[in-house]
Design a protein around this ligand. Structure first.
Ligand SMILES: Nc1ncnc2c1ncn2[C@@H]1O[C@H](COP(=O)(O)OP(=O)(O)OP(=O)(O)O)[C@@H](O)[C@H]1O
Ligand SMILES: [Mg+2]
Length: 528
């Protein structure tokens, strides 16, 4: 129809319009790097070329790839930027979602179903042969990832360019990227480093006079690494000469791992609640919406409105145009390392757990303790191999704030869940009821989709902070609780609760409710 046709035209034209990336102005030394890279890309010639950018973490590989992508993508039929490949692979355990993204960007198809990596390989390998495309594969850590995304040059049409960034040069060699098409990214030279550092530490292109000597000494430690320069500059801004000296003393202490000790100094300088926010984001909330994270952390009493702002000023967090929280992977690594160091051997004595195996260990071995504050894993992880837990699995975790799990069995029931929970998302909760002693005084978000629950609780529970309640597809649920003391409820999702017969009349009084989903509640005959 006409409107679809117009939309298509708009899409084609807007993909051809060349836009100057707005962040380029904040980058130093980018022209010379860009020139080298564009020479290697050689976009005039019709060969299918793979190009590599390699160098250590925090050097600016992703930044450079993004700039060149924004500049030249309009010269191609279609383009795709696959970001954070290493991280996504670690999290998801496969490249399937990356294959889907690639196909949807390059073929402009909607959701494509791929069940196995080999299917993805077959589709990518056969459907793009006639297309001149630009593909960026950012931060690759394993040659297998490359083989599943851009295995051979003949997968792509003439003139195509595949740009790969990695910390590991060997990987480019193994994937037969020509030596002459590999850019060994240099660190910033002294002038560039001073300029970037000054922009952060003095909001100017040069240091303030009394700090010139100190700045030079500080620059020695950052070794021309943009990430280190930004974090260090943002940390030192507004501090006295004495404080600069003391920071330098500390940097001297650990010369072995300069970048990590620079990042650590900045972390150590944070206030307690800011540290907690930083660690929560590093372990749980990277790539989540800022408003959502703010809402949850507010419930924890961490003052996230100001805290997140401070972390952004310190170059420890970023927020993009979509309001998504970002954290550089080295900073995330630092945060996760700080948590792991709390108890290197026993995960049950760490404040945050985000790795599937560690959550499994803690839950099945009853190894949890009062130290554990959060446990968040992808709810689908245990799907293939359902885990059986004892009734006491959560009994020692009295300080748990966040819990996000799913697909576990509780053959003996469940005795206890922390009464400090702010976020509870339990997919396929297997019991008919919640532990009778459960207090949810602090809960902000309560989700039990596909649960076996019949009734949540009897009587009135005061839940002042509860904003979101989702119980969709809980097919045994007969009635909702009383909402009289749930004054801040915004979302109530009861979709597909096929046995639901009664919604408590107190829901009527709610003036904050924004979303009420009752789709497929086939047993419901009346509304309050
Ligand atoms: N030329 C530059 N000028 C100013 N800042 C830069 C420059 N290059 C990179 N940065 C900044 O340095 C930080 C690290 O850059 P980037 O993420 O591109 O590094 P990377 O090499 O991709 O690291 P990793 O290997 O960990 O993925 C970012 O915050 C980025 O904004
Ligand atoms: Mg990167």
């Amino acid at each position: 129809n006409e409107s679809e046709f117009i939309e298509e035209i708009v899409n084609v034209i807007s993909s051809k319009i060349h836009t100057e990336p707005k962040t380029v102005k904040e980058l130093v030394g980018i022209e010379s790097r860009l020139e080298k890279l564009r020479f290697l890309m050689g976009t005039g010639s019709t060969d299918v070329r793979m190009i590599g950018i390699w160098g250590m973490g925090g050097l600016g590989k992703t930044t450079l790839a993004r700039v060149v992508y924004d500049l030249i993508s309009h010269e191609f039929y279609a383009s795709s930027f696959l970001a954070d490949v290493r991280e996504r692979f670690e999290k998801e355990g496969s490249v399937i979602s990356l294959q889907k993204q690639l196909l949807s960007n390059l073929l402009k198809l909607g959701d494509i179903s791929i069940w196995h990596v080999d299917d993805g390989i077959n589709i990518i390998g056969s459907r793009l042969r006639q297309q001149k495309v630009l593909l960026v594969i950012d931060d690759v850590a394993d040659v297998e990832q490359l083989q599943s995304l851009a295995g051979k040059r003949d997968w792509f049409g003439l003139g195509s360019r595949i740009l790969i960034t990695t910390r590991d040069k060997q990987l480019l060699v193994a994937h037969e990227v020509d030596e002459e098409h590999i850019l060994n990214l240099d660190v910033l030279n002294d002038d560039e480093a001073l300029q970037l550092f000054s922009m952060k530490a003095f909001k100017s292109h040069q240091p303030v006079e009394e700090y010139v000597e100190l700045s030079k000494r500080v620059l020695n430690y950052a070794s021309g690494l943009p990430l280190a320069l930004k974090v260090l500059g943002s940390f030192l801004i507004g501090r006295s000469v004495d404080q600069w000296r003391s920071a330098l003393e500390r940097l001297k202490r650990d010369p072995s791992n300069k970048i990590m000790s620079i990042l650590q100094i900045s972390f150590d300088g944070l206030q307690d609640s800011e540290k907690k926010i930083f660690l929560d984001v590093a372990c749980f909330f990277k790539q989540k919406n800022r408003d959502y994270v703010t809402k949850i952390l507010e419930g924890c009493g961490f003052f996230p409105v100001i805290g997140i702002e401070v972390l952004i000023e310190r170059s420890l967090l970023t927020v993009d145009d979509y309001n998504t929280l970002g954290m550089h992977d080295l900073l995330q690594e630092l945060g996760q390392l700080i948590v792991t160091r709390q108890s290197p051997e026993e995960p049950g004595k760490r404040s945050r757990l985000w790795r599937q195996e560690e959550v499994r260990h803690v839950l099945t071995k009853n190894a949890g303790s009062e130290v554990v504050e959060g446990m968040i894993i992808d709810v689908h992880f245990f799907l293939k191999n359902e885990v059986r837990l004892s009734a006491k699995a959560f009994s020692l975790m009295t300080n748990l704030r966040f819990l996000n799990i799913g697909n576990v069995q509780l053959p003996e029931g469940l005795e206890y869940l922390s009464n400090k929970l702010r976020l509870l998302n339990w997919h396929r909760y297997p019991l008919k009821s919640l532990p009778s002693n459960l207090q949810l005084d602090k809960i902000v978000e309560f989700q039990m989709c596909y649960s076996h629950i019949e009734e949540l609780w009897k009587g009135i529970k005061p839940l002042n902070t509860l904003k979101v309640m989702k119980l969709s597809h809980s097919e045994n649920l007969i009635k909702t609780p009383n909402f009289i003391e749930v004054p801040n409820l915004e979302v109530l999702d009861l979709k597909g609760c096929t046995s639901l017969r009664e919604i408590h009349s107190s829901l009527l009084r709610h003036n904050k409710l924004i979303l009420l989903n009752l789709k497929g509640c086939t047993s419901l005959t009346t509304l309050p």
